[in-house]
Design a protein around this ligand. Structure first.
Ligand SMILES: Cc1cc2nc3c(=O)[nH]c(=O)nc-3n(C[C@H](O)[C@H](O)[C@H](O)COP(=O)(O)OP(=O)(O)OC[C@H]3O[C@@H](n4cnc5c(N)ncnc54)[C@H](O)[C@@H]3O)c2cc1C
Length: 382
């Protein structure tokens, strides 16, 4: 009975023009389609790839949710977006139809003794980019045996460390699949294996462009920053949380996922080269991992992977309205997972306001932007 109702609903909706067509079903597109459908909108989603999410940066990412650790390169606005988004992940993930590995066990920052200056540099960034309450409550200094106690796998290799309390990570591939299933459950009309071109856009009340780097043709200042990661199976190490190594030449992170899988990354290289990982990057990443724990030498390399982070010149995410029926969400750079929930919440809210004509023109848009929690997110196309 339930199934036949569901088929009728799907068949009926197929005859309607969607309220919203989401272009690109990577991280931001899937999340936006899911949240819009949950509020009762009829949504269509187009992606050149498949439900696994294999084509996007979202597939390759380590999916660490680390606003404090990212303060080394992220300005305060992003750190704050990340902190609020972490709470929202905790609220949203249980609403998905299947479990997604999500951990809030903190991030451990370590450095080899000769590289202590790297910590002092990191600390300077934290002082500038992290709100004082987060600095006070979020950073615990560990010395000697305290390091071993926090992360027994590291033994006595590091004399000093900092624990960034409450930071998290999730399993990106589980998330992408769970979102694809959620879209089916909510009767989102998904068009996988469909490449969207500027001159052949779908019809809908509102278009939301979430094509990441694929939107470059419409956004000349958008560029890609190449990132390479290794996925390794290494039983017996047992890291409890993501570990970041501060190093003058080979900074890296190791994110332990379920079943002794580790994501080791990531390089950041200017350019949109999506070719396979270079020998140099593989050597650097894997050697640095070995310096954190020698048992990585017996791990098995499952993947060496590359993608490009969609980035705008100021490294900030943007929600851009063209003044008509196109909203563009882009520039998530290296922080997509860290900040997506708040960006998605804002996108869904303004999409609703555009659809019900609460926002009709530049004045309305400016009023909306000023009242928003994150006014810096909003831009109107000139
Ligand atoms: C190596 C690496 C490590 C990372 N690690 C982290 C991390 O630890 N934490 C974190 O917060 N972030 C991380 N990120 C960043 C994160 O992955 C990105 O910020 C995020 O994926 C961007 O989301 P998006 O939806 O804008 O783009 P994407 O996830 O790339 O999705 C874009 C989608 O659009 C589709 N598409 C493109 N063009 C078209 C078209 N013409 N027609 C139809 N479909 C199209 C693609 O198939 C894709 O599915 C990492 C990124 C990389 C590369």
């Amino acid at each position: 009975m339930h199934q036949s109702n569901s088929h009728l609903e799907t068949a009926f909706r197929a005859t309607l023009t969607p309220d919203v067509a989401v272009l690109g079903g990577g991280l931001s597109g899937r999340l936006i389609a899911w949240r819009l459908a949950r509020t009762g909108h009829y949504v269509a989603l187009y992606d050149q790839g498949e439900p696994s999410g294999y084509c996007g940066a979202a597939w390759v990412a380590a999916a660490m949710l680390a606003p404090l650790a990212e303060a080394i390169s992220a300005e305060r606005f992003l750190v704050e977006l990340g902190a609020v988004s972490l709470e929202r992940w905790a609220e949203w993930l249980p609403q998905l139809p299947q479990p997604v590995f999500f951990q809030r066990n903190g991030t451990l920052i370590v450095w080899h003794a000769p590289d202590r200056a790297e910590w002092l540099l990191f600390e300077r960034h934290v002082r500038v980019n992290v709100p004082i309450t987060m600095q006070r409550d979020g950073i615990v200094s560990l010395h000697g045996a305290q390091v071993t106690q926090a992360e027994p796998a590291l033994g006595t290799r590091f004399r000093e460390a900092r624990l960034l309390v409450g930071e998290g990570q999730l399993d990106n591939r589980q998330l992408l699949l769970a979102l694809a299933n959620a879209l089916d459950e909510l009767h989102v009309k998904t068009h996988w294996h469909t490449h969207v071109r500027e001159d052949n856009m779908p019809t809908a009340g509102l278009l939301i462009d979430c094509r990441g780097l694929g939107a470059k043709c419409a956004w000349s200042s958008l560029r890609g920053l190449r990132g390479e990661v290794a996925r390794v199976h290494a039983p017996g190490i047992g890291l409890r949380r993501p570990v970041r190594l501060l190093h003058p030449r080979y900074p890296l992170y190791i994110a332990p996922k379920q079943n002794d899988h580790y994501v080791i990354g990531a390089t950041e290289i200017e350019g949109e080269d999506m070719s396979p990982m270079s020998v140099r990057s593989a050597l650097e990443l894997l050697s640095a991992a070995y310096s954190i724990h020698p048992a990585f030498s017996e791990g098995r390399i499952l993947e060496l992977n590359t993608h490009c982070r969609p980035t705008l010149p100021d490294h900030r995410p943007i929600l851009l309205w063209d003044g008509a029926s196109m909203l563009r969400v882009n520039g998530l750079y290296r922080h997509g997972y860290m900040i997506a929930p708040e960006i998605v919440r804002e996108t869904v809210a303004i999409a609703g306001a555009l659809l019900n004509t609460q926002v009709k023109d530049l004045d309305d848009f400016n009023t909306w932007r000023t009242a928003s929690r994150w006014p810096m997110l909003y831009r109107m196309a000139s």
